[in-house]
Design a protein around this ligand. Structure first.
Ligand code: 5AD
Ligand code: SF4
Length: 445
């Protein structure tokens, strides 16, 4: 008689770090005899890998737990992983009767053990204990969510303590992975057909600076980029997120030296007011930021520049906001993500009065998005008639002959082609049209 294997369902919220953790969780669930399913009502274990970077993200997850109560099958239980799990711990068990498992970001590697305890009859398991060891073990390609694009962790945690940010509390102190271990994962990925690797970390420019846990690592982040580009045969390497304070000219030089290092830098500005930047503890001024922008713009390659802004930080005045608008007009980012400030647990700013009303935050967000849209359509127009190398991710939902992918400068590019299967292929596309959030073109070869 064949024993029916148990099934798990996993849903991931938040950043790429969580995507990697979900893959690591899936690996352990397979090892524990589970199979993945896409249907919540068929699952024995329903896992939510959660994000708490902004209030909206946590709320979304809480309402999701309520919503699935009707869907889940008898006897199934819910597990919470990720940043909310790390911060809230046991409180989640008390708040949600269906939750029997809470595994924080620092304990993803313990998931298998936790499942064993539940199987052994324990009513619930909470594991948020930091073993103080980054567990950067590679993930089997079968658990990867994307066949051609993979996220590879190079460092984890953050020591910057920006006053609005929960990350130092959810992800702990900075630690870097050894260059050899990153390289061996990339070599393996390449053998498995991966074409693009995103080197990820909360603050990749601090690579090698924090407490190093793997070997004797003497490379800076720029040194790591060159080390990997010289030794791996992955054709496209992207990296994120950069911090303006540690972003160095050597990184630009590495991008100039190695064609496979993609010309894209995500450099969160957060505010265009020095007063607000100081209150945020960002460690740079607008002038300092503009110097980094000049360094990037002077490069022989056209490096795409994207950023994040928070509107309505405690104490942000109309004047401060106008300065942010001016910076956005001056810098001309390729793309911008704008967020309304929300107080987060344990952060310094959460103790300050949230002075900007929600309606004012919304108004500032809308104005900033509008200004960026004007800037962006001007910036993107320069791509008209140019050719871009696009890694094809799949068919576009819109039409049979339309395909979609990302350029090396990390723009969404849709194009028309009658080819049968282009998935995972790097193609050349000539840009014919600029849409607000994507480029459209023709397949050249
Ligand atoms: N409120 C609003 N936005 C935030 N971010 C981080 N913390 C907060 C917060 N408390 C934004 C920052 C960061 C991005 C990932 O999320 O802009 O760069
Ligand atoms: Fe958060 Fe600041 Fe660290 Fe970025 S640098 S993860 S915003 S504390």
């Amino acid at each position: 008689m064949q024993v029916r294997s148990k099934k798990f369902f996993i849903e991931t919220f938040g950043c790429q770090m969580n995507v990697v953790d979900s893959e690591r969780a899936a690996e352990q669930l397979y090892q524990s005899g589970y199979e993945q399913c896409q249907d919540i009502s068929a699952a024995d274990v329903i896992l939510f890998n959660t994000c708490s970077v902004r209030e909206k993200a946590s709320e979304k997850m809480y309402s999701r737990i309520h919503a699935i109560r009707r869907l889940k099958k008898e006897g199934a239980f819910v597990g919470i992983m990720g940043c909310v799990a790390q911060i809230e711990g046991k409180k989640l068990i008390e708040r949600f009767p269906d939750v029997r498992l809470v595994v924080g970001t620092q304990a993803v590697g313990n998931l298998k053990r936790a499942l064993g305890k539940l199987d052994g009859g324990e009513e619930f398991v909470v594991d948020v204990v930091s073993p103080n060891l980054a567990r950067f073990d590679g993930v089997d390609v079968r658990r990867r969510l994307d066949k051609y694009v993979a996220f590879v962790t190079v460092m984890e945690g953050c020591d910057k303590f920006c006053t609005f940010c929960v990350v130092p509390f959810t992800r702990g102190r900075e630690r870097s992975r050894s260059p050899e271990s990153i390289l061996s994962e990339m070599v393996r990925l390449s053998q498995q057909g991966v074409k693009e690797v995103h080197l990820i970390g909360q603050n990749v420019n601090s690579y090698g600076l924090g407490r190093r846990i793997e070997g004797k690592n003497r490379l800076s982040f720029a040194g790591l980029l060159s080390f990997l580009a010289a030794r791996s045969d992955i054709p496209r390497i992207k990296f994120t997120t950069s911090h303006p304070r540690d972003f160095s000219s050597e990184i630009v030089e590495a991008i100039e030296t190695w064609p496979q290092l993609c010309p894209w830098v995500h450099l969160p500005l957060q505010s265009g007011s020095d007063r607000v930047l100081a209150a945020m503890n960002r460690g740079y001024t607008c002038k300092g930021y503009l110097q980094k922008v000049a360094m990037i713009r002077q490069s022989s390659r056209r490096i795409s520049l994207t950023s994040d802004i928070i509107v309505g930080f405690p104490g942000e005045t109309e004047q401060d906001f106008i300065r942010t608008l001016d910076m956005i007009r001056e810098i001309k980012f390729d793309s911008l993500y704008v967020f309304k400030y929300s107080p987060r647990p344990h952060t310094v700013a959460a103790k300050w009065p949230d002075t900007v009303s929600d309606s004012e935050k919304t108004a500032r967000l809308q104005e900033l998005v509008k200004v960026q849209q004007e800037v962006q359509s001007e910036v993107w127009r320069e791509y008209l008639g140019k050719t871009l190398k696009v890694l094809v991710e799949g068919k576009s939902v819109k039409s049979e002959n339309h395909w979609t992918g990302h350029s090396m400068c990390h723009k969404v590019v849709n194009f028309e082609s009658s080819s049968d299967n282009l998935e995972g292929v790097e193609v050349t596309v000539k840009v014919d049209k600029v849409n607000p959030h994507s480029l459209f073109g023709t397949h050249i070869h």
